[in-house]
Ligand binder design. Structure first.
Ligand SMILES: NC(=O)c1ccc[n+]([C@@H]2O[C@H](COP(=O)([O-])OP(=O)(O)OC[C@H]3O[C@@H](n4cnc5c(N)ncnc54)[C@H](O)[C@@H]3O)[C@@H](O)[C@H]2O)c1
Length: 439
């Protein structure tokens, strides 16, 4: 890993390639274009708005992260996207219904320019969608080659210095590990033979990693877990990260559960239900796509509460997650959580949360930060799974057999300490005894 002066400097433009031109992607792109024009600040973005403390508290050194680490500037970002529908970014944003027409109209010329490239897609993996804007090839390996051509063309046409790719397309059906996922040879052979255990997200990731391009998995799909893709990321020295953007209800879970545990309060049940009416909600209405999401959402509590270490407090939790497709609500999801907790002498208490969130408004800055930090990781020659970015994911990936860290505040410390480490600053332990040495 390169540090400080040796980090490859940011020069030229950063090309961002996103799979799926839906609600999250159009909200990000419109936001970035709005920021380039000075209409708004990057609210919700850690890379743009957060400061980082350096040295002792008495030193008062608190620069913005964007002034401390050499990250790409918003003005230097260029987008492209693949989608199974032909709508340009303006039409797609209007249909997604997240942002108001008044803002989108001001950005119309920029958004109209972004027309999606034909996608690699099969409704075997997303049952509710039937796209028309899709590539045709004899086998899955050929699809990967076509995607690589798209990436090379984008880089050359826009004169880009670097590329990053993210999956913000629909959630695929639940996929299990299959022996063909094991090695690069077996994966490539399975792609040539159109093996059903190879989903489109695996083809996109394979194509990106083959060209040394960082890949972010924003959905709960089984993709970067493939041993073959992990090996490819190490072999080609590419940073990767996943999975599933941490927004909405799960964000709340990772804020509240660590607090309950810190105070040694018990938990007997957590019931979470949602209504949402966007296309993501429609896709998740299919039980096979929902299962992929459910597994991602359920794993959070187990890993925060460490049931094995605290059987009296967390040994017997009833955890249920429901997602209900309800079209009138569009992207403006509403979620309800009922949390049954217990305290001193086992006395029960309840917490109710009613979060009226806007999914894509929460997801867009997360995607922006991931793109920016993944590009930084690549310039620092960091590769493989980037656990320091687990702050942004619902189901953070780790090295094999390593338990994920889901507590948002530990994740934040890990993120900031990694940035300090890159820049050869002292890591912060929060011990703080030195302030009292002279007393
Ligand atoms: N919005 C959030 O807060 C949030 C949080 C976590 C994860 N996610 C995940 O991010 C993804 C995007 O969410 P969204 O709300 O933008 O959904 P969306 O349905 O609005 O957009 C997804 C887009 O992907 C396209 N698509 C599907 N398969 C494709 C393929 N193989 N290639 C190219 N395009 C394809 C669809 O046509 C659609 O336009 C979903 O998987 C969702 O579960 C979203």
């Amino acid at each position: 890993m390169l540090r400080d002066k040796d980090i490859r400097p940011v020069q030229g433009k950063l090309g961002v390639m996103i799979v799926g031109l839906g609600a999250v992607t159009t909200t990000l792109i419109a936001g970035v274009e709005a920021m380039k024009k000075g209409y708004s600040e990057a609210i919700g973005s850690v890379s743009q708005m957060s400061t980082i403390r350096l040295g002792k508290r008495t030193e008062n050194r608190n620069p913005l992260i964007k002034d401390f680490v050499p990250i790409a500037k918003i003005e230097d970002i260029e987008f492209m996207a693949w989608d199974i529908f032909e709508e340009d970014a303006y039409e797609a944003a209007i249909r997604a219904g997240v942002l108001e027409k008044e803002l989108l109209n001001k950005l119309e010329p920029e958004l109209r320019k972004l027309k999606p490239t034909k996608a690699v897609f099969s409704s075997d993996y997303v049952k509710k969608l039937h796209g028309t804007h899709v590539k045709q090839a004899a086998n899955k390996f050929e699809y990967a080659l076509m995607l690589m051509d798209d990436m090379k063309r984008f880089k050359a046409e826009k004169n880009l210095d670097r590329l990053v790719m993210a999956w913000a397309a629909s959630t695929e059906i639940y996929m299990e590990h299959h022996p063909v996922h094991e090695t690069l040879e077996s994966l490539e052979e399975a792609m040539r033979n159109n093996h059903p255990s190879i989903s489109p997200s695996m083809i996109y990731a394979y194509a990106a990693l083959s060209l040394g391009i960082p890949f972010i998995n924003g959905a709960p799909n089984h993709t970067l877990e493939l041993p073959a893709l992990r090996k490819l990321s190490i072999m080609n020295k590419v940073p990767v990260g996943g999975k599933d953007f941490k927004t909405g209800q799960t964000l709340m879970k990772t804020i509240i559960a660590p607090g309950l545990k810190a105070r040694m309060l018990g938990l007997s049940g957590w019931f979470s239900t949602n209504i949402l009416g966007n296309r993501d909600g429609e896709v998740l209405d299919d039980p096979e796509s929902f299962k992929t999401k459910e597994v991602s959402k359920l794993s959070v509590l187990e890993s925060i509460l460490q049931q094995d270490m605290y059987p009296q407090l967390y040994g017997d939790i009833f955890h249920k997650v429901r997602i209900n497709y309800y079209p009138p609500r569009g992207d403006n999801k509403e979620s309800w959580d009922n949390i049954d907790i217990f305290g001193w002498l086992g006395y029960p208490m309840q917490i109710k949360i009613n979060f009226l969130c806007r999914d894509s408004i929460l997801a867009a800055p997360v995607l922006l930060d991931l793109i920016i930090f993944m590009d930084l990781a690549k310039r620092c020659e960091m590769y493989g799974v980037q656990e320091w970015l687990s702050f942004f994911f619902k189901s953070p990936m780790t090295a094999p057999n390593l338990q994920a860290e889901n507590d948002l505040f530990i994740q934040q410390t890990k993120l900031k300490n990694t940035l300090r480490y890159m820049m050869k600053e002292d890591l912060i332990t929060h011990l703080g005894l030195e302030y009292y040495d002279e007393m």
